[in-house]
Design a protein around this ligand. Structure first.
Ligand SMILES: [Zn+2]
Length: 228
């Protein structure tokens, strides 16, 4: 019993040490892979202190990209939890939790701190973005997450170049580059308008509404702009 109390007390202390509050959001970090190559590499090359700062910075950065200056414009989230554990893949976000794979960290051969930073900007966008009540194309959701990563400058070298890709809603880097054209060349607040209007639903007509052309026409223009 006494031992159990001691264990409980140290668990609570550890949880408190791993939590912090910033901009009314509490971040809880959990490394469930300690003692494994990925878990130890995370601890040594990235670490909780740096990761907590990245999560806090990413939240502020995303509010800026989304032009959300009032709490009423943002999702109502007061706690975000990040968990490092073993699974196939890189990372995912669900229920205000971000899961990062310790196996991916173990196998990553480049600058793992920089890579995880970029991954966290992407996953944090999923936490904060609207999804059109589930009606927005998955490729657009992923494209907005990678657009935020692009704007954060934590972009991996293997990404497509501007103008590359097959379809506007192909997702990830392809859609991110297209959105960067839409906001960089056509209308600087486009992604924030798009996200704001995805709170209650989604239609491709949002492109026409804010940019004056259909999304297919914009994709053609984009390809032509970069000579593709
Ligand atoms: Zn994603």
């Amino acid at each position: 019993m006494r031992l159990l109390n001691l264990v409980l007390a140290s668990l609570i202390a550890a949880a408190a040490a791993a939590s912090s509050t910033s901009a009314a959001v509490e971040y809880t970090l959990i490394n469930n892979a300690t003692g494994t190559p990925g878990g130890e590499k995370f601890k040594n090359k990235v670490g909780f202190q740096y990761t907590r700062q990245v999560l806090s910075d990413a939240t502020c950065f995303i509010f800026t990209i989304f032009n959300q200056h009032l709490d009423s414009e943002r999702k109502n989230i007061d706690r975000i939890t990040l968990i490092i554990h073993s699974f196939n893949g890189v990372a995912y976000a669900i229920n205000n939790e971000i899961h990062v794979s310790s196996d991916y960290i173990a196998g990553y051969t480049g600058d793992v701190k920089r890579e995880i930073t970029g991954v966290l900007y992407h996953e944090m966008t999923h936490v904060w973005q609207w999804n059109g009540q589930g009606r927005a194309p998955g490729g657009l959701i992923e494209g907005i997450a990678d657009y935020v990563r692009l704007k954060s400058n934590y972009v991996p070298s293997h990404w497509v170049k501007p103008g590359e890709g097959q379809r506007w809603d192909q997702g990830y880097d392809v859609t991110a580059r297209f959105l960067d054209y839409c906001s960089g060349v056509l209308r600087s607040d486009f992604v924030s308008l798009l996200n704001a209007n995805m709170k209650n639903g989604y239609s491709n007509d949002l492109f026409k509404q804010f940019l004056g052309k259909s999304v297919d026409q914009l994709w053609s223009d984009y390809k032509a702009h970069y000579g593709k």
